[in-house]
Design a protein around this ligand. Structure first.
Ligand SMILES: Cc1cc2nc3c(=O)[nH]c(=O)nc-3n(C[C@H](O)[C@H](O)[C@H](O)COP(=O)(O)OP(=O)(O)OC[C@H]3O[C@@H](n4cnc5c(N)ncnc54)[C@H](O)[C@@H]3O)c2cc1C
Length: 402
């Protein structure tokens, strides 16, 4: 083994969450080593990043100008496209209703990762090593990791090494894991009619089929289906697949023309508990994996990064101490449990032919359509946990004061 490096914080995994965590830690003055291969430039997914996540990226120096090829999300609509006995009404959420110009931006993953990668490599406080961690060793006052032919010692390791996190296993953190009978086909397409900044999530018996706006008359698609159906869709010729997509969207955007490049992602539910121990703090998909419904996954990962950085700064003397890690785990508990619980429940209610589950989903969406304050609460909570309730209370305080 040639080198031994001592660093304040080691971030393992250079996916979006790892890069965001590294930038934020470096911004707070930590010396950070970021280890892991660069993310694939062939990732065809796009990510709907909500306004609070964009604000956080803004605080790290990344603005709209860094995200060429992104489009604003101004309306989000849910359409029940199941052929079930009980069907939910269509519900539209408009950013203008809560006084916002947009909910967020739909950014191609390749663009987001390239912008983050550029910021990381030009940051003077970040040492970037493009090799994976191949071994972990947890000590009482340091964690050590082998990266290439270097041994790196740190007070805290932030594990952003994805859904099969080796750091999580090394720390002895248990997971609840369920491979889902679903896979997501992703691609981008052009269409005849304008989308007006609207994303439409069609709920089907096999999961959501979600169109999300891109610049011009273009959109990205996440089509959740049974794995065998997703594989069949992947193999269709462009003309046939375009017809299937148009039919699935009930022709709301007219004729569809596919852009090159399709991929299929297997889906799973994974939750780790606790999210930190033995000098390792899990962030992003190392801590939680949920199906792609309502654009929650990476937004949740951004909040993990925000919280581990806040905690590390508060426990500056030893950010990987048991006390610091317990504080981080406590902070993340409610948000992760609430988001994962809601998304998994909604997904299961789509797959279930159990009548009470359909009734509950339908009643929930009907209430959301008809009761404006409830809809507003859902929109604010969807953007950032707690913000819906705090806005309700501040409004009622204003009313009392009048
Ligand atoms: C189809 C689909 C659509 C989605 N759409 C949205 C959306 O619109 N909005 C949203 O918020 N979320 C969305 N998500 C979720 C989002 O993609 C994930 O939350 C996000 O990619 C997680 O990022 P991450 O950095 O935690 O993990 P990853 O992106 O998986 O990165 C993990 C990194 O760790 C690296 N690694 C692995 N092992 C090691 C090792 N031993 N050492 C070092 N590095 C290692 C890997 O190479 C990888 O680069 C979607 C997910 C899917 C599947």
């Amino acid at each position: 083994m040639a080198d031994r490096i001592e660093t304040e914080v080691l971030v393992a995994g250079a996916g979006p969450v790892g890069m965001i965590a590294a930038l934020a830690l470096a911004g707070r003055g930590f010396h950070v080593t970021l280890a892991g291969p660069p993310p694939s430039a062939e990732d065809r997914r796009t990510t709907a990043l909500m306004a609070p996540s964009l604000t956080y990226l803004g605080s790290l120096g990344l603005t709209d100008a860094d995200f060429a090829g992104a489009a604003p999300l101004v309306t989000m609509r849910i359409v029940d496209a199941t052929r079930r006995l009980v069907r939910a009404p269509t519900v539209s959420f408009r950013a203008a209703e809560i006084g916002e110009a947009r909910f967020g931006l739909n950014i191609p993953n390749a663009v987001l990762n390239a912008a983050l990668g550029k910021a990381v490599t030009s940051h003077p406080q970040i040492t970037r090593i493009e090799h994976p961690v191949t071994d972990w060793n947890m000590g009482s006052d340091r964690v050590e990791a082998v990266v290439g032919d270097t041994r790196i010692a740190a007070r805290l390791a932030v594990a952003a090494d994805g859904r099969n996190s080796a750091a999580r296993t090394a720390a002895g953190i248990r997971t609840h894991r369920r491979e889902l009978p679903q896979a997501a086909l992703v691609l981008s397409f052009a269409h005849e009619r304008g989308h007006g900044g609207c994303s439409t999530e069609f709920h089907t018996e096999n999961g959501p089929f979600t169109q999300v706006p891109l610049p011009g008359d273009r959109s990205s698609l996440v089509w959740v289906a049974k794995p065998e159906n997703a594989r069949e869709l992947l193999g269709l010729d462009d003309a046939e697949l375009a017809l299937r997509i148009e039919a699935q969207m009930q022709s709301i955007l007219g004729k569809v023309t596919l852009e090159p490049g399709r991929q299929v992602y297997p889906l799973a539910e994974i939750s780790a508990s606790p999210v930190a121990r033995s000098r390792i703090a899990l962030v992003g998909e190392a801590a939680h994996v949920i199906p792609p419904i309502g654009a929650q996954g990476l937004n949740l990962g951004v909040r993990d990064a925000e919280d581990i950085v806040g905690t590390a700064a508060a426990f500056r003397d030893d950010p990987g101490s048991d006390t610091a890690l317990a504080a981080y785990a406590r902070k993340r508990l409610g948000d992760i449990a609430a988001r994962s619980g809601l998304v998994n429940l909604l997904n299961r209610s789509l797959l279930s032919s159990f009548l009470p589950a359909q009734l509950a989903r339908s009643a929930g969406l009907a209430a959301m359509r008809d009761i404006a304050p409830l809809r507003n609460l859902a929109m604010r909570e969807g953007l950032r946990p707690g913000s819906g309730f705090s806005s309700l209370f501040s409004r009622s305080r204003e009313e009392v004061g009048r």
